[in-house]
Design a protein around this ligand. Structure first.
Ligand SMILES: [Ca+2]
Ligand SMILES: [Ca+2]
Ligand SMILES: [Ca+2]
Ligand SMILES: [Ca+2]
Length: 212
């Protein structure tokens, strides 16, 4: 009887141990799964700006040809191909002197498998910079993967309006877009600079410790 009880207790202990290791395995698998998903959905931004196309190189030339363009000067550009998993995407266009309040209508199109698709019109202000954000649906994710083509139709009503662009920023999964003015460093550059400084901080700390 006593012997039986002992064996039963012993079995129980073994079962508990088995369950514990199974739980641990599940937890490890879960962490691996989550980190794998996170590794793919990295926030990033692709910026097209000067010297590509007719994006203005600096603020002093916002009213100069060929950057300040009129109704007959519609033009387009192509973003870099972006691989990996995309959950959300926005196209952000920085433009100068969109007289939307006075009747200027500038349309932005993006290529969806060979079809130039209207995203909307530029919002903005007379004699000022402004970003317009266009959400991109899942139908554009394959086009982003091969390099999104964008097209600007200036002054659709041919009413004599003109506009200058500084940046086209394609933001993936909340990637930070740069300031609207031309010539400001891209976030990628800032990020590198930042991580370099953090690296320096660590190096200094380690050095200090060694001295002590
Ligand atoms: Ca036009
Ligand atoms: Ca598509
Ligand atoms: Ca104006
Ligand atoms: Ca204008």
């Amino acid at each position: 009887m006593l012997k039986n009880l002992f064996i039963r207790e012993n079995l129980k202990e073994k079962e508990v141990k088995k369950m514990k290791s199974a739980k641990l395995l599940m937890a490890i698998l879960g962490i691996l799964l989550i980190s794998g998903t996170l590794a793919n959905a990295v926030p990033l931004v692709d910026v097209v700006q000067s010297p590509t196309g007719f994006f203005v190189p600096d603020e002093t030339q916002v009213y100069d040809w060929p950057y300040y363009r009129w109704y007959g000067d519609d033009w387009g550009w192509t973003h870099n191909a972006i691989g990996g998993t995309i959950t959300t995407a926005t196209l952000n266009i920085s433009a100068w002197d969109v007289d939307a309040a006075s009747g200027e209508v500038d349309e932005i199109y993006a290529d969806d498998n060979g079809v130039m698709t209207l995203l909307g019109t530029l919002s903005g202000l007379n004699d000022d910079w402004g970003y317009t954000t266009f959400p991109l649906g899942a139908n554009f994710f394959d086009d982003i993967a091969s390099g999104l083509q964008v097209f600007l139709e200036i002054d659709v009503n041919d009413d004599g309006w003109a506009v200058t662009l500084s940046k086209s920023a394609l933001s993936i999964d909340g990637g930070t877009i740069p300031g609207p003015r031309p010539g400001v460093p891209e976030p990628a550059t800032l990020l590198l600079l930042g991580s370099g400084l953090i690296g320096l901080g660590f190096a200094r700390k380690r050095f200090k410790k060694q001295l002590n």
